[in-house]
Structures are given as structure tokens and as C-alpha cells.
Design a binder for this molecule. Structure first.
Ligand code: GLC
Length: 487
């Protein structure tokens, strides 16, 4: 049996990556394809990726092959969609173009109207693709709000085209607060009226993400813990009561990590490669950073790092304020990131307050990020919410111990260091308060002063399996289950 899966996302590596969605959309279909090719007994999965042919992809020099054109209906007539084809590590990728995509705008436009037309057109065009390719679709797999309209539209057909008939839907939630607000007109123009379903709050009946979640046969949050959190008022963004009605269709599947790119043994961006068997070499990376940033070169002083998009979600202010409660302790800190100007300003101010121990780099610097993972002792991840999170997994793989807020995927990937000797891979703190963070940092610094225990925790993290295979298997099981339900 072959299951045909159309995998839709707004961004995917290597074509374009803005955030974590791009990592996942670039890696998960590949992992599913690899696994399906390996297994004899399991179903085969013919997974095909679909992304918009963003202007930024053109600028980056990708030259996929134009394979044809078809029309997408909207209220004003027909909008043409050009289909480009490429291959990414063995799977077909379709890049869809057309007037609403071909705006010379960024991947995500600040204007919700432009964004709305782009992604609603994209979603509707993706539904035209199976017919265009003469390829029967068994599963439509959407991601985030940008592609949720496709799931709603599929349910809205009076008579679906034959290539779509009987298809089941999976929707992966990477970030609930981004629902696609303000795109009601685009939905209407493409023939998608508001829902009348009373389970949805009024405002959600014309908002793409909730509409997709209303009809998806399976909702997948990117971690089991996030799947539970979104059922509560703190994380549910007003959809918690509605989501409570969909719990039988909701589960969490943890994202994986690209363990080839992120491998301290082979990483060419770092000064000194290392592995569990020669972890002592890691110190060279730390000393290099201390020298490079003109900090005191010392093994006894723990070097902290924070590498993040500077966005309120990431809770960076919690760490910046919390450190002030820890002035009496030995620590140094290197901060790397860009984003919200007020957070950037706070990070710069911390450097002015502690010129002998803090360095702030307002930049996106991939190489420095690798070096920080490889050389720093502790990794700060104080997220207010974190559906899955990737950096904590990278940090653990590089022997940099995470100090993270106990939320979402951080809970599922970091094993909290309990009082049990030698257990755990990192520190989790509960409330998003500077004082709670500070208490946890104190504990971490105390433990750092016991090198043998510290080493054990580093090794626990480095041994953890974060590869994509496990997630890929869970998604394949999900597809199979849905397809069998149909019979
Ligand atoms: C979003 C979430 C992040 C998650 C990523 C990929 O960026 O904020 O937690 O890891 O999507 O699923």
C-alpha cells in the first residue's frame, strides 16, 4: 500500500527559512520518505512538499522547472497558478506561483491583507495540484495558519474533485497564537464563507487556523506537553474551550533535530571538534570564546549563553532581569540575537552594567551560534511558551546544559536534574519570573562547581536521541491510522 501525502508549508529549508517551521518542513518529509523507503512491511509513503514560490526563493537563485499552469477560482474570476517542480533529497517539491505570491514582499508581509491573499491563494492552489498532477491524494498535511484554509476548503466542497475525494487531513500546530487574523476578505473571495459552527468562538469562525483545526481529522502539536497546554486558558489563546471538544483528534509529536548538521564531532564551524569520549577537548572552545570576547579566561567561571530571536515569546527579559539577582555569583554571559528593539536595548544595557562579564551581539551569526553551543557551559531558554523548540536540543547535543522554562517541548526534551545523583539533562524552572530563574541559575552554578556531576549531565544530554526517525515513524503511523479508518 502507498499513502500519498501532500505536505503544505509556508516555508521549508533549503528553499527558504524564516523560523522553526522552515526547519521542520524541510526535514520532516525527508525523514518520512527515508523511513518509508527502509521499511518492508510498513506502508510506503509518497510524500510531496508544496511551498509558495516566494520572491525570496527566486532571489536566492533557486531555479525550479516550470511544469505547467492551472486556474484557481475566486469571486472575481480565475487566478493563474504556475507550478514549478524541484527535487529535495529524493522527494518532489512543488513551488506554486501566481499573482498573489509574486508580490515583491517578504515571506511574511507585515500587512495581513497581503499575507491573507497570498496564503489563501496558496492553500486553494495546493488543492488543485493533485488533479493537475493526476495524483490521488490520501492525506493533506497542513502546517500553521498559512495552510489551514486548505483543510477548511476540502471540507467545504459539495463534490470534491476525484483526486481529493476521501482524503484525510492532518494539521500540525507550531505556534497557536498566529492564527491568520484579518484575512476574512481573502477567505470570502476564494469562496470560503465563515463557519456557523457554535463550537468556535465568533471571532474564530472567519479565521483560518481555527477553521482548519475545526475540520482536521488529526491535529498534531509539535510536542506532547504543548498539546496539553493549549487546552488551558494560559496557552489556549481563546480556543481552549473549543480545543477541549477536539481532544480525541489531538496529540503531540515531538520534532526532531538535524543530527548531521548539528554534530560536535564533525561541525566545521567550531574551533575544536569533540565527542563524549574526548569531551575534555570542549574546553578549547570555551577558552576561544573567552579570548575572542575579551572575557576572563577561566574554567571555574561558568560561561552562559543565550541565542535567540528577540521576541516576547522567548522571555529574554526574564533572564536579563534575573541575572541581577545573581551578582554575587561567578558567571559570564554572551548574548546573540536580533529582533524586538526594546529587548535588544535591554540586552545592550546588561553589557553596559556588567562590562567585565557580559557581551551582547545583536546579529544573526550562524557560525558564532555554533561556537557558542560548543563552548558555553549553560544555555538560557526562558520561553514564555515554546511549542517545541530546537535550540535546547542542539545545546544538549553539544554538552551545553539548558536552563529553561518548564513549558511545551522544553518539558518533553529536557530531563530535569532531580536530586537523584547523576540523573537529568538540564534545569527547568516553573514560573516565568526573574526570581524563579535566578534560583535555578544558583542551583546550576552550584552544580557546576562539582565537575564530575556536571560532566555526567553533559554526557546524558549528548547521549539523548533527538533524531527525526522517531517523529517520522509517529507521523507515518498517524497517516496509516487515518487511511485505514476510511475503509
Ligand atoms: C515554532 C515554535 C517552536 C517550534 C517550531 C517548529 O517556531 O515557536 O517552538 O520548535 O515552530 O515546530
Amino acid at each position: 500500500m502507498t499513502i500519498n501525502v501532500l505536505f503544505l508549508a509556508a516555508e521549508a529549508e533549503p528553499f527558504i527559512k524564516v523560523g522553526g517551521l522552515g526547519d521542520v518542513a524541510g526535514a520532516l518529509p525527508i525523514a518520512i520518505n527515508r523511513l518509508s523507503n527502509q521499511l518492508d512491511s510498513s506502508p510506503k509513503v509518497d510524500i510531496r512538499m508544496v511551498i509558495p514560490f516566494h520572491f525570496a526563493i527566486k532571489q536566492r537563485g533557486f531555479k525550479p522547472k516550470l511544469i505547467g499552469e492551472f486556474g484557481v477560482h475566486n469571486r472575481k474570476g480565475i487566478v493563474k497558478c504556475q507550478v514549478y517542480h524541484d527535487d529535495h533529497l529524493g522527494i518532489p517539491v512543488y513551488l506554486l506561483d501566481g499573482e498573489p505570491v509574486d508580490e515583491k514582499s517578504p515571506v511574511y508581509a507585515p500587512d495581513p491583507i497581503l499575507d491573507g491573499y497570498k496564503f489563501v491563494f496558496f492553500s486553494m492552489a495546493a488543492l488543485g495540484l493533485p488533479t493537475f498532477l493526476d495524483w490521488r491524494m490520501d492525506i493533506l498535511h497542513g502546517n500553521d495558519w498559512h495552510t489551514a484554509a486548505a483543510i477548511y476548503a476540502l471540507k467545504n466542497f459539495d463534490m470534491p474533485p476525484v483526486h481529493l475525494s476521501g482524503a484525510k487531513t492532518v494539521h500540525t500546530l507550531h505556534n497557536l497564537p498566529y492564527m491568520g487574523f484579518g484575512v476574512q476578505q481573502a477567505l470570502m473571495d476564494y469562496g470560503l464563507p465563515p463557519s456557523r459552527n457554535p463550537l468556535l468562538p465568533e471571532w474564530a469562525r472567519h479565521t483560518p487556523l481555527p477553521l482548519g483545526l475545526l475540520h482536521a481529522n488529526q491535529i498534531v502539536a509539535v510536542s506532547p506537553h504543548y498539546a496539553e497546554e493549549i487546552l488551558t486558558p494560559e496557552f489556549g489563546c481563546g480556543l481552549e474551550d473549543f480545543l477541549q471538544t477536539r481532544t480525541s483528534a489531538l496529540k503531540g509529536i515531538l520534532n526532531g533535530l538535524d543530527t548531521e548538521t548539528w554534530n560536535p564531532e564533525t561541525d566545521s564551524e567550531i574551533i575544536q571538534n569533540f565527542s563524549i569520549s574526548n569531551i575534555v577537548l570542549r574546553t578549547k572552545n570555551k577558552h576561544h570564546l573567552q579570548q575572542k570576547f575579551d572575557l576572563l579566561v577561566s574554567e571555574e567561571t561558568p560561561l552562559l549563553t543565550l541565542i535567540s530571536r528577540m521576541d516576547p515569546q522567548k522571555g529574554i527579559d526574564i533572564v536579563l532581569r534575573g541575572l541581577q539577582y545573581c551578582q554575587d555569583l561567578p558567571w559570564q554571559m554572551i548574548i546573540l540575537g536580533t529582533g524586538d528593539p526594546s529587548v535588544e536595548k535591554m540586552a545592550r544595557e546588561l553589557e553596559s552594567t556588567y562590562p567585565d562579564r557580559v557581551r551582547t551581539v545583536i546579529d544573526f551569526d550562524n557560525q558564532l551560534a555554533h561556537q557558542l553551543y560548543a563552548g558555553a557551559d549553560m544555555f538560557m531558554m526562558p520561553s514564555r511558551y515554546e511549542p517545541c523548540g530546537l535550540s535546547q536540543m542542539i545545546a544538549m547535543r553539544y554538552g551545553c546544559i539548558p536552563i529553561a522554562r518548564a513549558t511545551g517541548g522544553l518539558v518533553d526534551t529536557i530531563e530535569h536534574i532531580s536530586h537523584r545523583i547523576n540523573g537529568g539533562t538540564g534545569f527547568l524552572f516553573d514560573k516565568p519570573y526573574p526570581s524563579t530563574f535566578a534560583q535555578t541559575l544558583r542551583r546550576a552554578i552550584r552544580l557546576y562547581q562539582r565537575p564530575a556531576s556536571w560532566r555526567k549531565i553533559q554526557i546524558n544530554g549528548m547521549q539523548t536521541d533527538f533524531s527525526w526517525e522517531k517523529s517520522a515513524q509517529e507521523y507515518i503511523d498517524t497517516y496509516q491510522h487515518l487511511v485505514q479508518e476510511q475503509q
